[in-house]
Design a protein around this ligand. Sequence first.
Ligand code: FES
Length: 154
Amino acid sequence: MLSREEKEEIEAAAAAFPVRQSVAIDALRIVQRYRGWVPDEAIDDLGELLEMSTAELDGVASFYNLIFRRPVGRHVILACDSVSCWLLGSDGLMEYISGRLGIASGQTTADGRFTLLPSVCLGACDRAPVMMIDDDLHTNLDAEKVDRILERYE
Ligand code: FES
């Protein structure tokens, strides 16, 4: 199922390493960039390409929380629920975002616009509470700020 472009990018990445398995995460990211997520069939093909079992690759994909193994919306919200954010109200904020979008954590809006996921620490604890939408970090959140931020994503 992998496209020629995906295979070429993965081969180019693998060429820099003596062991093909070294690029497992990069390969998963390449597939995700093209498809938005990583389907089972892609894991099978990657296994052949990288000389890894599907169980090994699935383990890598599951460990790395930015690899999506199910379809996601056009924008993925990662709401930090680690300790600094939790102390500063991330629970309430997650509830607020859920209510605003009409979905529970782990779900995607009916229009496919957003997927809402909990996340481990996003590395900006001094600016908690924090969320990421796609590649953008949003800090010092409150309900009003969340409203303004969500408007920016179509
Ligand atoms: S605990 Fe939320 S960014 Fe670190």
